[in-house]
Design a protein around this ligand. Sequence first.
Ligand code: DC
Length: 232
Amino acid sequence: MIITIDGPAGSGKSTVARKIAKKLGIIHLNSGALFRAIGLKARRLGLELDDEARIARLAAETTFEFVLSGSEAGEMQDGGPDTRLLVDGESIDERLGSAEASLLASRIAVQAPLRDVLLEVQRDVSQKHSLVVEGRDAGTVVFPEAEFKFYLDADVRVRAQRRCEERQGASGEPLDVAKVQAEIEARDTRDATREIAPQVAADDAIRIDTSELGIDEVIEELCSRIKTESAP
Ligand code: DC
C-alpha cells in the first residue's frame, strides 16, 4: 500500500505522515530528507551545487536505508514503530532539520538528473514495503498509482508561525515570524514554479486545509478517509 501526502512547508505533512505511518506500522518515507541529505553531503564535500551531473552522481553513490524500529507493527493503533533513515549507514536526523539543509535542498531540488535518481530510490523502497510518502510530487510523479493521495495546505501566516515554533523549540532562539514567512513564500514560489515536478496537488488527491485544524484532527480526517475508501 502507498499513501502519498504532499504539500508545502508548514502544512503539517511531516508530523501527519510520521504519525499515520506509525499507526499503520509501515515505513514513513520523507522524500524531502533525501534532498536535504544530498544537499548537506554536497556542501560537506565542497561540490559545486550547480553541477547537475555531479550532484546526481553523488546521490547515486549514496545509500539510503529505512529501518522500522520500536514496538510491533499493527493496524491503526498508536505506539507503532518509528522509521529511522540511515544515510550511508549513519543516522543524521538532527542535521536534516536545519535551515541550511532546507535551503540546500530547495536549490538542488530543481535538477532533473538528481530527481531521477531520488525517484528510483523511492520506488525501490516501495517494491519491498508499504509506505506513507511525503513530499511535493509523491502523488503526481513518483507514485501516480498510489492507493491514497492527500494534499495538505494552510494559510502562509499559519505555516510561518508553525515553522517558528518548531525552530524555536529546537534552538531556544526567538525568531522573526515575518522573516520566516518571507523565506517560506520564496521557497513556495521556487517549488511551485519549477519546470520539473512542481509542487501541485494531484487531480485525484484529497485536499485538506489544515489552517484551523490541530494535528490530531488532521490525522483523524486522513484515517477516516483511508478506512472509508478501503472498505469493500
Ligand atoms: O519537505 P522539505 O521541507 O523537507 O523539503 C525540502 C526541499 O526539497 C523543498 O524546497 C522542496 C524540495 N522537495 C522536492 O522538491 N521534492 C520532494 N519530493 C521533497 C522535497
